[in-house]
Design a protein around this ligand. Sequence first.
Ligand SMILES: *[C@@H]1O[C@H](CO)[C@@H](O)[C@H](O)[C@H]1NC(C)=O
Ligand SMILES: *[C@@H]1O[C@H](CO)[C@@H](O)[C@H](O)[C@H]1NC(C)=O
Ligand SMILES: *[C@@H]1O[C@H](CO)[C@@H](O)[C@H](O)[C@H]1NC(C)=O
Ligand SMILES: *[C@@H]1O[C@H](CO)[C@@H](O)[C@H](O)[C@H]1NC(C)=O
Ligand SMILES: *[C@@H]1O[C@H](CO)[C@@H](O)[C@H](O)[C@H]1NC(C)=O
Ligand SMILES: *[C@@H]1O[C@H](CO)[C@@H](O)[C@H](O)[C@H]1NC(C)=O
Ligand SMILES: *[C@@H]1O[C@H](CO)[C@@H](O)[C@H](O)[C@H]1NC(C)=O
Ligand SMILES: *[C@@H]1O[C@H](CO)[C@@H](O)[C@H](O)[C@H]1NC(C)=O
Length: 450
Amino acid sequence: MWLTVFTAFLSFAAGACSGLKVTVPSHTVHGIRGQALYLPVHYGFHTPASDIQIIWLFERPHTMPKYLLGSVNKSVVPDLEYQHKFTMMPPNASLLINPLQFTDEGNYIVKVNIQGNGTLSASQKIQVTVDDPVKKPVVQTHPSSGAVEYVGNMTLTCQVEGGTRLIYQWLKNGRPVHTSSTYSFSPQNNTLHIAPVTKEDIGNYSCLVKNPVSEMESNIIMPIIYYGPYGLQVNSDKGLKVGGVFTVDLGEAILFDCSADSYPPNIYSWIQRADNTTYVIKHGPRLEVASEEVAQKTTDYVCCAYNNITGRQDETRFTVIITSIGLEKLAQKGKSLSPLACITGISLFLIVSMCLLFLWKKYQPHKVIKQKLEGRPETEYRKAQTFSGHEDALDDFGIYEFVAFPDASGVPRMPSRSVPASEGVAGQDRHSTIYEVIQHIPAQQQDHPE
Ligand SMILES: *[C@@H]1O[C@H](CO)[C@@H](O)[C@H](O)[C@H]1NC(C)=O
Ligand SMILES: *[C@@H]1O[C@H](CO)[C@@H](O)[C@H](O)[C@H]1NC(C)=O
Ligand SMILES: *[C@@H]1O[C@H](CO)[C@@H](O)[C@H](O)[C@H]1NC(C)=O
Ligand SMILES: *[C@@H]1O[C@H](CO)[C@@H](O)[C@H](O)[C@H]1NC(C)=O
Ligand SMILES: *[C@@H]1O[C@H](CO)[C@@H](O)[C@H](O)[C@H]1NC(C)=O
Ligand SMILES: *[C@@H]1O[C@H](CO)[C@@H](O)[C@H](O)[C@H]1NC(C)=O
Ligand SMILES: *[C@@H]1O[C@H](CO)[C@@H](O)[C@H](O)[C@H]1NC(C)=O
Ligand SMILES: *[C@@H]1O[C@H](CO)[C@@H](O)[C@H](O)[C@H]1NC(C)=O
């Protein structure tokens, strides 16, 4: 180990001391057949030199090295056999090969000798390959008509018209395809076999072909793979969907949309179930139901999706419940009564009750009411009703307080429980009657001089 390092150091030191250094940018150069190839070489030295000699040799495996050309100072001495093919412009040691042929493939050796205070010499080797550029590949699929997933297989074949030393690579959606449980390659990788195909194999496939001098990619092909149906579901533009139940207001026309993923597109059919019988009501992905036309409040439907190539089908059942708009709205209003409103109502009730109690005590309106009720003619009495639309809660509370009075004077008895402030007034004659009386009590006192 140490010996190797030491030897390497010695040889490096010797080279540096000798003052001659030959370098090449690359030890491997890839050339294109028919074109010129330039093999760059640099050299440098630090001693005074009288003669500079450059020699190019060519060797192929298992053959003797061949002399190509050489130079001393600026005069070149070519091998006459190759004189039109190789050129050198000394003292520039770089070699130009033109035109490049397949037979020119091999190792090129350059040797530089410097004659000065003794002789220095150094050499380098460059490997040259010669290739034809790749032509654009074409991918063919078999079967071209497509394959059914989990049943069929598919083979993609990459064909290239021209090019040497081809390396094939398959890309799916731009990324390399690797061997897997369903993907396999031919020994050369120029065919990709998918067995069996699945929906996941759908994608943009291309064949990338490379060689040392070029690379080309085929057009993208999308294998036809038949699959599905998957993920069947029914949706509607209106109505409330909870699980498989759609709740729809009476009078609305609802459009149902049935969808499932498949290739080719599914054939959809709609089945209505009623009274133990089922019948197909429509074909196609959409179904419109006019809720007026539905005799029953609750109807069961089935959407069936069928893929006629894969031969598979799926169906989903759903129920449509038609509700009356009025009831629905009322129910929603009831719910929307906020706690704040309740608290406000109760507070108002208490305040007004106190006020009324106070007024009661102060003015003792018993007699006045009695007079009013007994003395008022029928017409006026009825007229008063029509004006009794109440503006605020104060009026309602009044009703509550004075319930007992008409009872005493022979008017039929009112329910003794309290009537909530916001409801229960409309349409009840008794309320209006009593209400009127209360409204006038404070006013009467104030307007007494009138
Ligand atoms: C090369 O050039 C050097 C000086 O430039 C000269 O001394 C020498 O004789 C030349 N050699 C040949 C072979 O012409
Ligand atoms: C040799 O000649 C080529 C052009 O023919 C030039 O690009 C290159 O720089 C030259 N090399 C040296 C070391 O002068
Ligand atoms: C030539 O080389 C020898 C030893 O290698 C050295 O002693 C001598 O000085 C050198 N002469 C010149 C002119 O460089
Ligand atoms: C698909 O390939 C599998 C295994 O490679 C084979 O057993 C099957 O018969 C092929 N199916 C078709 C339809 O060619
Ligand atoms: C496949 O290519 C088409 C157009 O050529 C493109 O619309 C689609 O998005 C590509 N799919 C993927 C998965 O890259
Ligand atoms: C074929 O491709 C695989 C990677 O997908 C690679 O490992 C293998 O070396 C390739 N074979 C040839 C002959 O190019
Ligand atoms: C539905 O039909 C089955 C037999 O087809 C029968 O037994 C059942 O009683 C029927 N149900 C109704 C509600 O008609
Ligand atoms: C599948 O259905 C489509 C459209 O409904 C039709 O054009 C096609 O011929 C059918 N194919 C088969 C194999 O039944």
